[in-house]
Design a protein around this ligand. Sequence first.
Ligand SMILES: Nc1nc2c(ncn2[C@@H]2O[C@H](COP(=O)(O)OP(=O)(O)OP(=O)(O)O)[C@@H](O)[C@H]2O)c(=O)[nH]1
Ligand SMILES: [Mg+2]
Length: 442
Amino acid sequence: MFCDQVSLILTAGSGGNGCISFRREKYVPRGGPDGGDGGHGGSIVIKVNSNLNSLFHLCKKKKYTAEFGYPGARFNKAGRVGEDLVLEVPQGTLLYNEETNELIKDFVTNNEAMIFMKGGKGGFGNAHFVSSIRQAPKFAEQGETGASLTVRLEMRLVAEIGIIGLPSVGKSTLISRITDAKPKIADYPFTTLIPNIGVVEMSRWGGEKNETFVVADIPGLIEGAHKGKGLGDEFLRHISRTAFLIHVLDCQSNDLFRDYKIILNELMAYDPVLALRPQLVVINKIDTLDSKNRGKTIEDFNKFLKLNLKSKAPQVLAISAVTGDGLKDLIHLSWKASQKFRQASLAATVSNQAVKSDYKIFRPHLDKISQAFEILKEQEGFRVKGKRIEQIADMSDFANKEALARIDDIFKKMGILKELKKIGAKVGDKIMIGDKLTQFRG
Ligand SMILES: Nc1nc2c(ncn2[C@@H]2O[C@H](COP(=O)(O)OP(=O)(O)OP(=O)(O)O)[C@@H](O)[C@H]2O)c(=O)[nH]1
Ligand SMILES: [Mg+2]
């Protein structure tokens, strides 16, 4: 089964609870608090692995949750940090927020990683809350709940090899022979209007089972394409990331060298870097020539290339996309080129791995978060909204009197108390923060 799209529910690990504990030693009747902090929850990390070419390994399960942080313990022992959950995706994967359909990230580079959802904060143990006025706190923070989000991963095949050439030379016929793509083929120019993408499975050509590479066939180019002639040259962007180009010529043409130059000029006008990409020239439709003419056509063309381009002359192969002649050689040369390209891009990105600052964080719980809040009057009481206050409420045990007293302190410090009074809150009114409920204590 080929799986190129998957919708998943990702949840970061919740933080571990802080511990409530007091030292109990033989000759110390009332020891101080010694409850340790909970560990942070594991994060959800998304990482590119260019050896993958499907999302199949993620399709088997719907929910992915990172490990929770462990609770703190007595003797000021901190809880263990939860392990990150690393989801590997193929190069060229798009990450969307499934709920809003917003594109979050385009994973382009091998080994690129993103801490997508940071794990919940571990709760402080009661030892943390000792102060001059509170010497024996009988409360601790609970671990922060890990964030959860439904996402969609879409794999966009990134072609390693592009097939280019004038209209009707047989580009689509070629891709239909070497991959599972089923493009439209016809004997009139501009049959292909949008690029076709196909996967070459090397096992069909004497290679190993899991060896594959991706090929793109794009609409035919003509002279002046860069000025908008024919279908223009805009779709060349689809092959701008390719490693290698297969340049197809039609042996029935009366000037192969001219055809070759037209395409080269158009590539140059579009992007000189693309024009310098390694090329393999294939002369197609050789089934239409008898063996004598076949040899002569190839020989003449090679002579011409050598004369004009000298050492820069590309390698030339003769094929028939219809009978399959020469295709095995073409596939093996292409495979070698794509391998070389992968190794080069791997080497170029190894250093990236160490650069942590490249990581982007989707929901930075552990960073400074906004103290801003707003208060909404609801049918029964008031709702206090705000990132920081919701985080504190999430981490507080509302059944513990001392924890509630701390909330009151925080209300005072953040100015929430003042605001509640201003809009008419009275003692006993319901106060909602996130999914926690309490009463206004004035
Ligand atoms: N005899 C012969 N005909 C071929 C061969 N390859 C392609 N053709 C024919 O050439 C015509 C054009 O083929 P396509 O594959 O549609 O050509 P294309 O390069 O994709 O053309 P555009 O999409 O218009 O740019 C069709 O009629 C094919 O059957 C071949 O190897 N031998
Ligand atoms: Mg075509």
